[in-house]
Design a binder for this molecule. Structure first.
Ligand code: ACO
Length: 332
């Protein structure tokens, strides 16, 4: 069985920044309320006519460049998104064409804020079984298009953005891994992925529209308190599941790279797991909750600023509407 390596990453945020103060000028909220409840200071909002596929394309191109991989050698493109350009075709196919990918296949994965973990898991499965060699995994969202901008309980929480990684087949012992890494799992790559969903909780977080129900796009609706409660419990549990599956301990984690929904959820999960703040990548203040884009965005920011280094053990985790949740352990 092969091992999947993440060989590079990239991200893109739309130019326009909307600060908490700007929101406070249009709805009944304050910078203090948003910051203390969520840790969010600003969000990026796509320009008129700038679509999810445009964001995905830019992040995908940057990830390919960072990996030194030509688009023509990508076998599979998986786009995690809840905000596709159109109901169909899959937005991934538009990105496939624009990025210059001439072989293989492209499709979308829909698991809302857990979308990137789900897409990474699909990529890992294709690579491990030898069906695909090189996979471009992108998370991209224009959540600003499905927000009710008069609903202060949701509109302050989300933003637009995209992040991407290139996953490539390897055997896990690249770069003299045995010299560089200690612990039970020597070698680079995705050690395992763990996915969950529980459809009993669809009513906690959903969009009140869609092609089959209302023939309109709809807006995000959420029971924030209940989502919060489920998030901390489910995330801590799936992190332990990933560690157990690899005979690793919480203290072996080099960096926790969580879905950037909300600082209080991230703090709560870190505290429950006993992971110190110094080992948690936190970027939600800069871009708010970008759903499926948030993990590759946070990853890219922390790789580029030098915090995450080759050989570090990363724990990626997310929870989102569905409810869906998942985690992945990665030796960077
Ligand atoms: N500005 C000012 N006041 C607000 C705002 C706002 N933007 N939004 C809500 N309020 C008010 C409410 O109306 C309420 O007022 P009331 O007491 O007069 O009725 C008061 O603030 C308290 O509201 P709560 O909902 O109890 O506030 P809470 O402390 O639970 O914080 C929050 C709300 C931030 C949404 C929290 O529940 C949360 O973080 N939930 C997780 C939600 C989340 O992150 N979802 C993202 C998708 S899922 C995921 O990615 C994991």
């Amino acid at each position: 069985m092969k091992r999947s390596n993440i060989i590079g990453c990239g991200s893109y945020l739309p130019e326009r920044v909307v600060t908490n103060e700007e929101l406070a000028a249009t709805i009944s909220t304050t910078d203090e309320w948003i910051t203390s409840r969520t840790g969010i200071k600003q969000r990026h909002v796509a320009a008129e006519g700038e679509l999810t596929s445009d964001l995905a394309l830019k992040a995908g191109e940057r990830a390919l460049e960072n990996s030194g991989v030509d688009a023509a050698s990508v076998d599979l493109l998986i786009l995690a998104t809840t905000t596709p350009d159109n109901t169909f075709p899959a937005t991934g196919t538009k990105v496939q064409s624009k990025i210059g990918m001439v072989n293989g296949a492209a499709f979308d994965v829909q698991a809302v804020c857990s979308g990137f973990i789900f897409a990474l898991s699909v990529a890992d499965s294709f690579v491990r079984t030898g069906q695909m060699e090189t996979v471009l995994v992108i998370g991209a969202e224009t959540f600003s298009r499905i927000l009710d901008w008069d609903d202060r309980s949701t509109c302050v929480l989300f933003g637009d953005g995209a992040g991407a990684v290139v996953v490539q087949a390897g055997n896990g012992d690249e770069n003299n891994a045995s010299e560089v890494f200690s612990g039970n799992n020597v070698g680079r790559g995705i050690l395992s992925t763990h996915l969950h969903s529980d459809g009993k909780y669809t009513d906690l977080l959903y969009v009140d529209g869609g092609p089959s129900s209302t023939q309109s796009v709809g807006y995000v609706r959420m029971n924030g308190r209940e989502v919060f409660r489920h998030a901390v419990v489910n995330l801590a549990s799936v992190v332990d599941e990933a560690l157990d599956a690899n005979s690793l301990l919480r203290e072996d984690i080099g960096w926790l790279v969580p879905h950037q929904a909300n600082k209080r959820i991230i703090d709560g999960t870190g505290k429950k797991l006993g992971i110190p703040d110094s080992k948690v990548i936190l970027t939600v203040d800069q871009h708010a909750n970008t759903s499926a884009a948030s993990i590759p965005l946070a990853l890219d920011i922390a790789v580029k600023d030098g915090r995450i280094k080759r050989g570090d053990l990363l724990l990626l985790e997310a929870m989102g509407g569905g409810l869906t949740w998942g985690a992945s352990l990665v030796r960077w």
